[in-house]
Design a protein around this ligand. Structure first.
Ligand SMILES: [Zn+2]
Length: 253
């Protein structure tokens, strides 16, 4: 192993975000579909949701979507391509793969930025019309295809302007893993042009990665060092940037 790259970013909600909380969550104010929340009752983005979305968008873009017998989409499980190397393969395939290295990426659960959570609680600035503590509700109408009857449902959403603290840890075993960072960042771009969570076709879930910061930890000197300048956006990760990272990760070994 050469080291680790730690990526921190602000994930900014641009249009109401709905990541479902499941049936066990407490329903408030007649909401049919609540969002997932932590023990403090604050909405968050499960790392698994974000990782899954980044992976599936990357697979879609690179024509790597697998199918099961029923024709449903499955993640690629070849163990050879860059997508399997970044995002991992199932445990049974891991042993068969020639790569035989564990999944490179860990996506942490992303929680609301403290200052934003505070502003939401106080219902200040952009959040003065917020109906619930951290969320808003929106009616969506769907038409029953058999009876043509309208079926209005109330969705809970994280409002525009919410910001989540994102942390991704990417382990670098060999030089090729440094090259693959471009593909990881490309996934961020795909997501910005797509949506996170549910109801994307109704305009929900537009997000943006802002204020991206990179930290490296090389195995020889396992302390965190800021790498490069603070990046404002995903388009600044180019070959020059990758070259500099290689120098830092490999020369110190
Ligand atoms: Zn693969």
């Amino acid at each position: 192993m050469l080291g680790r790259l730690i990526i921190n970013a602000d994930l900014v909600v641009k249009t109401g975000l709905h990541i479902g909380g499941g049936s066990s969550s407490v329903e408030i104010g007649g909401i049919d579909n609540s969002v997932i929340k932590n023990h403090k009752g604050e909405p968050y983005i499960p790392g698994s949701s974000l990782k899954g979305k980044l992976r599936s968008l990357t697979e879609l873009a690179h024509n790597k979507i697998g199918k099961n017998e029923k024709g449903e989409n499955l993640p690629c499980n070849c163990g050879e391509c860059f997508i399997c190397k970044i995002y991992g393969v199932s445990a049974s395939e891991e042993n068969k793969s020639t790569d035989r290295l564990p999944t490179r990426i860990i996506v942490r659960d992303a929680f609301l930025k403290d200052s934003i959570a505070e502003t939401m609680r106080r219902k200040e600035k952009d959040f003065k019309d917020l109906e619930l503590s951290y969320t808003e509700s929106k009616w969506e109408n769907s038409i029953d295809r058999l009876t043509s009857k309208a079926n209005p449902r109330l969705f809970e959403r994280v409002p525009e302007g919410a910001i989540f603290d994102l942390e991704i840890i990417y382990t670098i075993y060999k030089e090729e893993d440094i090259e693959n960072i471009k593909n990881l960042i490309e996934g961020f771009q795909f997501l910005e042009d797509d949506y996170l969570g549910g109801n994307g076709t109704r305009g929900y879930g537009k997000v943006k990665f802002e204020n991206i910061r990179f930290f490296t930890k090389t195995i020889k000197d396992y302390t965190s060092k800021q790498f490069g300048d603070t990046k404002a956006s995903v388009d600044e990760i180019d070959d020059i940037w990758i070259g500099k990272l290689k120098e830092q990760m490999i020369d110190t070994k």
